[in-house]
Design a protein around this ligand. Sequence first.
Ligand code: ZN
Length: 166
Amino acid sequence: MNAQVSCPQCRAVVPDIDGPTHAYVPSAPGCWSAFGALRADEMLRFPGSETNNLVVDTYMAQHPGDGLDRRDRQSVFVHLVSLCAVIERDESPSRSPEVLRAVLARQIEFPVIRRARGPGDLTVLSATDATSVEDHDTRVRRWAGSVWESWREYHPKISAALDASH
Ligand SMILES: [Zn+2]
C-alpha cells in the first residue's frame, strides 16, 4: 500500500509523492498533481465547459499559504473575488479571466487574509472523475461554494473589491 498524506492546505488525503508544486501555492505534491489531473481531464472530456475556470479559482482560493509573499496574498484574493462574482452575483465563470484582470488593475495592495475556520469539507478530489459535463459542473460548483463559505468573514471586503473593479 502506498503512503498517503493530508494536504496541509485543503486536507485532501493524497498519495505521498515527490513532485512539483507551484512556487506560492503550498499544496502537498499529491494534491497539486490531482489538480493537474483534473485540469487535463476536463480539457479532454469537457472542453469549453464554463466551470473549467471555476476549478482554478476554487483551487487557488483553497490553498492560500501564509500570505507573507505578495504574490500569494494577491493570488488568493483575486481568485476569491472571482468566486464572489460567480457565487454571489451569478456571473458566468467564463468571465473569470476578465474579473481577475480588472481587480489586478485596480487593487495595488492585497491584504493578508487568514481563514478563521477550516478549508471546508470538499476538495479537488470531490470534483475528480465526473461522469458527464453536468456532473462535472455540479461537483465543481458545490466545491466552489464550500470554499467560498470557508472565507465567510472576508465576504464584505471581497465583495467591495469586486464592486470597485467595475
Ligand atoms: Zn490541497
